[in-house]
Design a protein around this ligand. Structure first.
Ligand SMILES: NC(=O)c1ccc[n+]([C@@H]2O[C@H](COP(=O)([O-])OP(=O)(O)OC[C@H]3O[C@@H](n4cnc5c(N)ncnc54)[C@H](O)[C@@H]3O)[C@@H](O)[C@H]2O)c1
Length: 247
């Protein structure tokens, strides 16, 4: 299947980043958030940002108009019916994600792909209560989504091969490098990169040096765009902490 439409559940930092690259790649994008007004606010912020980029000459006014026309804000979750792909970017909590996907399964058709942007939970566990577990995969983007051009496509134990292939193809169309990964704690990127976070915290805890010095060493010495402690702030501790625990 060539994915032409996407619904985003959870229109926070990650949800709106994914929505942006999807709309820019030509997909129809529907937005839903449990918090009243959150999807409208997310879209308004994105619109301002895209208008600034257009004013700087990054794309034409025509492209801006077409991109914005691809968005719809939904009043109720039932209005996701008919989309090819639903991507979830809500709070990082297993029971809440499981409950959401159970609810989604009752709304969408059997062919709709379900994807989670979880950074620390098992994709297999998220799919465990579904009737059609093969349709769910991990689709793990990084913050800020438009700039971090990599996405992990995670196969849970039951995920269909075709679902992985469709998500890898979509990644490419959205200008991202799709990497297939197994459903293991931290997947690839957070598994390999986590040690910078744990060691930075350890060095700080032992009073070796200050927060700013640790970040500076990794920026200036190792060429990182951002130090590990700055990255915790960007990601938010409610997301980073469970990743650390899972690893
Ligand atoms: N922040 C990061 O750097 C990062 C990176 C990769 C993956 N993730 C993952 O992405 C997901 C979202 O993280 P975020 O940083 O965008 O969070 P966020 O707090 O910015 O956004 C979450 C949004 O989901 C909404 N929401 C919460 N529960 C909901 C529900 N039951 N139904 C519908 N909407 C609901 C909230 O109102 C909020 O708007 C998490 O699973 C997180 O682990 C985050």
């Amino acid at each position: 299947m060539t994915i032409q439409s996407m619904a985003l559940i959870g229109t926070g930092v990650m949800g709106m980043g994914i929505a942006q690259i999807a709309a820019q790649a030509g997909l129809e994008v529907r937005l839903f958030d449990a918090k009243a007004g959150a999807a409208e606010a997310g879209l308004a912020k994105l619109k301002t940002m895209l208008e600034k980029l257009q004013a700087k000459g990054k794309f034409t006014e025509e492209v801006l108009k077409e991109t914005l026309a691809r968005f719809t804000v939904l009043d109720s979750i039932e209005q996701i019916a008919g989309v090819d792909l639903v991507v979830e970017a809500i709070i990082e909590n297993l029971e809440i994600k499981q409950g959401l996907f159970k609810q989604l399964e009752a709304i969408v058709s059997e062919n709709t792909i379900l994807a989670t942007n979880t950074s620390s939970l098992s994709v297999t566990a998220i799919a465990a209560n579904l009737e059609h577990q093969g349709r769910l995969a991990g689709f793990h983007f990084f913050n800020p989504v438009p700039l971090m051009k990599i996405v992990e496509v995670i196969a849970g134990l039951a995920t269909d091969e075709q679902v992985i292939a469709d998500l890898l193809e979509l990644s490419q169309r959205m200008g991202h490098f799709g990497v297939r990964t197994k459903d293991t704690p931290g997947f690839i990127v957070n598994h390999a990169g986590r040690a910078y976070g744990t060691e930075a915290l350890k060095a700080l805890g032992e009073g070796v040096t200050s927060v700013s010095e640790i970040d500076r060493i990794l920026r200036e010495g190792a060429g990182f765009r951002m130090g590990p402690l700055e990255l915790f702030d960007l990601t938010a501790l409610d997301v980073s902490h469970p990743v650390m625990e899972s690893i």
